[in-house]
Design a protein around this ligand. Structure first.
Ligand code: X8Z
Ligand code: ZN
Length: 592
């Protein structure tokens, strides 16, 4: 191993040159060990079984032990003056290399990585069976989600919704211990708890990050409330007498397992049923799209703006469909296996619009990897994690009726006022419905980590936040025998979630700038940068920066302003918001 890391303690007082050498050594060490860890993670998620669970737990154990040791060594530079800004940034980023801070105690470290692997595998293998002994009676998340998306029957939806949520019950005990252990690990690294550590990754204080998320939510909340009110009115008409009187929407009838994306309700909620045909599901099937051709279609968008073609290995090594013979983690993800071009996605693609859009999302991660691969490993992350999530989402905003028409997935659209409102509604059911959900997941985890949410209140606190933010509530009591947070991938998968909330704000800021760079003059919601190299060049320049500078600088280089700002998303949806206000006139909106 590089001797520069193992600075002889006490040999001499540390100097800025030592710090430079230390960080150079860390970057080399990350490169040297990276493949072992990601390979173990990849097989553990694409072949879930007891053996791969052991292998990934061990690989993570070794990686986290190395990280702890390196963070400890880096302490000698904490108060050293004269360190170059880049080296200082490397030292800061070193501490944030993992979302799973581990205690140094070897027994606890090993316990933690085993729990983490078990939770991840449990989610991936999750099934609801009417008869455990007969696999043919089992339904997985795809199958249960399909019921919610395609069947508007109240009881069938409730049954599917409950079946999936109950699969997470067994995770509770592991999650309690998991929270204790990561808190201990975060404490050893100098953070108050794991949530504070998660909030430390934004080039501002953890307290300021919390304030930022509140500020952004305040900006967008009125739009969400109007959408919620309109949707509730329509659902009330669809299910007369069935909705609670408190103004909430029943959690099982939004067409989505977590009520985070209401796109499936579009046929019920479209403003002008005859003004346009936005049935991309049908078009994908009619044009005989396959998982591979869906990915190629998305790749074509990226190459049209000047991004490189995907490497050949991407298509050889990605998992695009659910294997028939084994359990896998189907939740979509994008991977960089070796920091030098072995990039892959892991999905279980079904031929439908949701998955089509998700492919564009995942390729955003892939192109971020490819763009920053030339940087030192410590800088090979997003400007912040919300940037990473916002790249593909920005590209999604370009899937306008015009673009879809161009690629043969929608009829030539006449841009009537009615057609615009339809398109806006469809987008809002995905992007606006998501906002409160995006915010509440980590408010729950921050609470768990800081102790304000205790294990005996896990589920109650979860549903209190769902109600507070989303105005969504379960129609049946969900007591503490349940662990409903565990039914959402990112909780057992330990992926921080505030990134998605931030991405939903940022992507509209990005899109506004890219459209400007493309010379586009019309309304933002009709802009597509498909084929525009100028826009692509600006976007790529941002991706190449990785996390080598504070995100505020990176954002400023793209947009002229170093602050996250919801004005772009509000401008984007201004026509729909005006329309929703009209529709809601005379209705009693809000919930208590
Ligand atoms: O998890 C994801 C991506 C993988 S990074 C598919 N998303 C969040 C979710 O599904 O909950 C994208 C939108 C929000
Ligand atoms: Zn993502």
């Amino acid at each position: 191993m590089a001797t520069s890391i193992a600075l002889a303690a006490g040999a001499h007082a540390a100097t800025p040159a030592d710090a430079d050498a230390f960080i150079a050594g860390i970057n080399q060490e990350i490169r040297d060990n990276y493949v072992e860890v990601t390979a173990a993670q990849w097989v553990s998620e694409t072949y879930i079984n007891g053996d791969t669970e052991v292998l990934v737990a061990k690989a993570n154990e070794r990686a986290l032990a190395r990280l702890s040791a390196n963070v400890e060594k880096s302490a000698q530079f904490d108060s050293l003056a004269g360190i170059s800004p880049l080296t200082r940034r490397g030292i800061d980023l070193l501490k944030l290399q993992t979302a799973m801070p581990a205690p140094k105690d070897p027994a606890k470290l090993s316990e933690l990585t085993q729990i983490a692997s078990r939770l991840n595998a449990a989610y991936g293998a999750g099934k609801s069976c009417t008869d455990e002994a007969r696999p043919e009676t089992c339904r997985n998340l795809d199958q249960l989600s399909k019921v919610l998306a395609e069947n508007r029957d109240w009881d069938a939806d409730l049954e599917a919704w409950t079946a999936w949520h109950n699969t997470a019950r067994g995770m509770r005990k592991d999650y309690v211990r998991f929270a204790q252990l990561v808190n201990e690990g975060a404490g050893e690294m100098g953070y108050a708890n794991a949530g504070e550590m998660w909030r430390a990754g934004y080039d501002m204080s953890a307290a300021d990050l919390r304030k930022e998320t509140d500020r952004l939510w305040q900006q967008v909340q009125p739009l969400y409330k109007d959408l919620q009110c309109y949707a509730r009115t329509k659902l009330d008409a669809q299910y007369p007498g069935k909705l609670a009187k408190d103004g909430t929407i029943p959690a099982h009838i939004t067409g989505n397992m977590w009520s985070q994306d209401w796109s499936a309700l579009y046929p019920l909620l479209q403003p002008y049923p005859n003004a346009s045909n936005l049935d991309v599901d049908a078009a994908l099937k009619q044009k005989q799209y396959t998982p591979v051709s869906m990915v190629q279609r998305a790749e074509d968008f990226y190459t049209s703006i000047g991004f490189p073609a995907l490497p050949k290995s991407f298509y050889e090594k990605s998992q695009l469909t659910r294997p028939a013979d084994r359990d896998v983690v189907c939740h979509a993800s994008a991977w960089d296996l070796n920091l030098e071009g072995d990039v892959r996605i892991k999905m279980c693609i079904n031929i439908n619009e949701e998955d089509f859009r998700t492919v564009y999302h995942e390729l955003g991660h892939i192109y971020y990897y490819l763009a920053y691969n030339k940087l030192p490993p410590l800088f090979q992350t997003g400007a912040h994690d919300g940037f990473h999530e916002a790249i593909g989402d920005t590209i999604q905003l370009n899937l306008t009726p015009g673009y879809l028409g161009q690629i043969g997935l929608a009829g030539e659209s006449k841009q009537s006022k009615e057609a615009v409102l339809n398109a806006q509604m469809k987008q809002a059911l995905e992007k606006i419905a998501f906002l409160p959900f995006g915010k509440l997941i980590d408010e729950w985890r921050w609470g768990v980590f800081d102790g304000s949410i205790k294990p005996e209140n896990y589920n109650a606190a979860w549903w209190a936040l769902k109600k507070k933010y989303q105005g969504v509530a379960p129609i049946v009591a969900r007591g503490e025998e349940n662990f409903d947070p565990g039914a959402k991938y990112h909780v057992p998968g330990n992926t921080p979630y505030m990134r998605y909330f931030l991405a939903h704000i940022l992507q509209f800021q990005f899109q506004r700038e890219l459209c400007k760079a493309a010379g586009y003059k019309g309304p933002l919601h009709e802009c597509s940068i498909y084929g525009n190299k100028e826009a692509g060049k600006k976007f790529w320049a941002m991706l190449e920066k990785g996390s080598s500078q504070p995100w505020q600088d990176t954002l400023k280089e793209l947009t002229g302003k170093g602050e996250m700002d919801a004005s772009a998303i509000l401008d984007y949806f201004a026509p729909l918001h005006a329309w929703l206000k009209q529709q809601n006139k005379g209705k009693s909106c809000g919930w208590n």
